[in-house]
Ligand binder design. Structure first.
Ligand code: UD1
Ligand code: MN
Length: 476
């Protein structure tokens, strides 16, 4: 028994030193200074005493400490990524200093009366990023500005979230609007408020003055995502303050987050169907999901790896169109549902209801609860999907829009309408009630050029010729 304990203490010493050295090597910094070394020696003593006092929880303590330090050092690597403006540089510096101070704080823990792990975590202000069962904690980042109606969004999120622990709500407020802040604070500890600190007048090139809102939104997104991922989370769900969410919103993301890790061709899961109007969806297919080349946004999840990639070049404005550009997208796709799991009520907003009255207000919010976590969703992985889905589409009979509208289609089941030119696409899309615009040449909801929709109770694929190779950037 004694020798086992001795062995454990030795392992503990070794592990602590290895991990601490690891932090500094990975940071590419100088070795720890004398002051810090002294503190680390104190830490060893502290851990030793802790182990002797409460040897039963020693292994748990050591494992957790290890995990935390590893997580922290991974984060310091994240933080050494190149930065492209001074603000970010300043933030970077701060978080590196913060990391060092965490090592120091851990080392001081021995002075605390009861050296429990909880104390250490609190002292170091370490944020838990996983549940005890290993599942990720996925914060929902709500972007707010000056709409007091953010309460509609928050009420929904709070009502439907299956666990406050797994889905902490972080409301990031831009604009500093006091009434909106009051509303957010009224939720007490059900939500966490963070505030975009830079309220200086944002620089906008003179010719783009009217787009100032888009500059502010972009700045806010960049800051809020940096701040949230900076806490170490693997995934973040982003929601804007004018969105309602569906009852199975959280279940949808729980069922799909793994796919983002498994399939490198996936870069987001979105709750939004751009063509999700009642007449264009199959109301009985709430469980149906798709891959799409068109980035939908409006309630979506990304990984920290993607954020690491995008954050270093985050644009000053029009972040969503920027993200859809091939330079960013690199042929990656999102998952989207047949029936939207979000709906926007923000008629008055930065884009001034551009599409609101024409499309957005008709998007159907799903009301059925689908148990996504109990379903096999591997059909969405690229290899399986491309083989099955695309083949299935091109096996359907071709019809014309006229035949479809006039009930002249004699076959039952899904059919396909072919388009060959941009104008053909736009015309047919309009007839069918779809959004007819393109971003970086990609029609909304398209996958390999194919748009799946419902029309007169029938599945229809609006699709280019079978020899389709790539999107044409000049289609706009
Ligand atoms: C549209 C998009 C939105 C996208 C935005 C930027 C739709 C329905 N909406 O915004 O997804 O992010 O373009 O390209 O397609 N906000 C700030 N600071 C501001 C103003 C707004 O943070 O100064 C926040 C709002 O709280 C909201 C988000 O930015 O969460 C979008 O603002 P909104 O006014 O709703 O603009 P949309 O026209 O919907
Ligand atoms: Mn909006």
């Amino acid at each position: 028994m004694r020798s086992r304990k001795f062995l454990m203490i030795t392992i503990c010493f070794a592990a602590t030193w290895v991990l601490i050295t690891y932090i500094f090597i990975l940071k590419g910094n100088h070795p720890p200074n004398l002051e810090l070394q002294k503190k680390l020696i104190k830490l060893e003593t502290g851990v030793k005493e802790y182990v002797e006092e409460e040897n039963n929880s020693f292994q748990v303590f050591l494992n957790k400490l290890k995990e935390k330090i590893e997580e922290k050092s991974a984060r310091s690597i994240d933080n050494t990524i190149q930065v492209n403006n001074e603000n970010e540089m300043e933030e970077n510096k701060t978080s590196i200093i913060e990391n060092i101070s965490i090592a120091q704080q851990i080392s001081q823990a021995e002075n605390v009366e009861s050296t429990t792990f909880k104390n250490i975590v609190e002292l170091a202000e370490i944020v838990e990023t996983h549940l005890p069962n290993g599942e990720p904690i996925i914060p929902v980042l709500v972007l707010a500005c000056n709409r007091v109606s953010v309460s509609q969004c928050l009420d929904n999120l709070i009502q439907y979230r299956p666990s406050a622990k797994q889905f902490p709500i972080i409301v990031s407020q831009d604009c500093g609007d006091p009434p909106t802040k009051e509303v957010i604070l009224s939720y007490k500890d059900q939500v966490n408020l963070i505030e975009q600190p830079d309220q200086s007048d944002i620089y906008v090139p003179p010719r783009e003055k009217k787009f100032k809102g888009y500059y502010k939104i972009s700045r806010h997104y960049g800051w809020a995502l940096n701040t949230t991922f900076g806490k170490g989370f693997d995934y973040v769900i982003i929601v804007e303050d004018d969105l309602n969410v569906a009852p199975d919103f959280f279940e949808y993301f729980l069922g799909t987050y793994n796919l983002l890790k498994k399939d490198p061709s996936l870069w987001c899961v979105s709750a939004w169907n751009d063509n999700g109007k009642l007449g264009n969806i199959d109301s009985s297919a709430a469980e149906l999901l798709y891959r799409t080349d068109f980035f939908p946004g409006l309630g979506w999840m990304l990984t920290k790896e993607l954020w690491r990639e995008l954050s270093v070049k985050w644009p000053k404005s029009f972040w969503d169109d920027w993200i859809r550009h091939p330079e960013q997208r690199k042929d990656r796709v999102c998952i989207r549902p047949e029936i939207s799991r979000t709906r926007t009520f923000g008629k008055v907003g930065v884009s001034n209801g551009l599409f609101f009255d024409k499309y957005l207000k008709y998007i159907k919010l799903s009301d059925e609860y689908v148990h996504f976590t109990k379903m096999n969703l591997s059909y969405l992985l690229k290899d399986i999907y491309d083989d099955k889905y695309i083949k299935m589409v091109y096996n359907t009979p071709i019809v014309t829009y006229g035949e479809l509208r006039n009930g002249l289609v004699t076959v039952t089941g899904p059919v396909r309408i072919q388009y060959n030119t941009k104008d053909q696409y736009k015309r047919t899309a309009k007839f069918l009630g779809l959004m007819d615009d393109f971003k970086s040449g990609v029609p909304r909801t398209a996958y390999h050029g194919i748009i799946s929709l419902f029309y007169n109770e029938r599945r229809v694929f609006l699709a280019p010729g079978a020899n389709w190779k790539k999107y044409d950037l000049s289609w706009s």
